[in-house]
Design a protein around this ligand. Structure first.
Ligand code: ZN
Length: 248
């Protein structure tokens, strides 16, 4: 992966600002795989897509990620660090499609969730919501269902089998959704928090883009240089000029 330039960071930010989170994920992922089309990236299992985003995060801002999540019970903010490499190593790359499983006597062939599934089904809906997952996304992942040799439909699956399938889907692609076991030091509430690399990386990139624009603003005012010329400067040179200005 080539290192992103300041111009590219601003270009991603400008484009992604108008996009829904799932489309933003593809915009970010496309910088890790310039040769891959958006369609190909949209059809990657979510874990593989997230692996690319973690690699991009590592290249832009390093391995350590400082996270903050509010306790759902007392709203106390919990601060903790995650490491990109630790998460990257949980990705499952060892699967042959379609995957096969047998649950409660039902023979299932299935595939993993992709960004395309989220885009087709959910516009502004929380896909962590169990009902949404069950009604909209599961039927897309289940390719064939049979019971005692007879083909069945999704509606034939009992609720408990659907729940077991959701668990299996999560285990098959652990990096699709990163769940963290957290305990609040204030009220001792224990819960599972979600770490979403798409929104995490997006927030960092947006902050970086705004820092860059602020630097352009300052240097353009002081020296009269163009935006293009300022962004073409190395970070070391930009910081040098900004430090000189601060002394004036
Ligand atoms: Zn708490």
């Amino acid at each position: 992966m080539e290192r992103l330039t300041s111009q590219q960071i601003l270009a991603i930010w400008e484009l992604g600002n108008k996009q829904a989170p799932s489309q933003r994920a593809l915009t970010l992922a496309s910088y890790t795989e310039p040769a891959a089309s958006q369609e190909i990236l949209a059809q990657l299992p979510l874990g593989l897509r997230n692996q690319k985003l973690l690699q991009l995060r590592e290249q832009l801002f390093g391995q350590e990620m400082a996270c903050v999540l509010p306790c759902p019970q007392c709203s106390q903010l919990l601060e903790f660090n995650l490491n990109t490499q630790q998460l990257i190593h949980t990705v499952n790359t060892d699967f042959a499609m379609p995957l096969q499983a047998s649950i409660d006597g039902f023979e299932l062939s299935y595939r993993l969730l992709t960004t395309e599934d989220l885009q087709m089904v959910l516009v502004g809906i929380d896909y962590h919501d169990y009902d949404v997952l069950e009604q909209a996304l599961l039927p897309r992942c289940l390719l064939t269902i049979s019971y005692e040799g007879k083909t069945c439909g999704y509606q034939d699956l009992p609720a408990t089998t659907k729940q077991a399938f959701i668990k299996l889907l999560e285990q098959s692609d652990p990096l699709a959704e990163v769940k963290l076991d957290l305990v609040c030091p204030n009220c001792q509430n224990a819960w599972q928090g979600l770490f979403d690399i798409v929104s995490f990386l997006w927030d960092e990139l947006a902050q970086q883009a705004q820092r860059l624009l602020a630097e352009v603003h300052q240097l353009a005012l002081a020296y009269g240089w163009s935006e293009q010329a300022i962004l073409a400067l190395s970070m070391t040179r930009r910081q040098y000029y900004l430090a000189r200005l601060a002394q004036c």
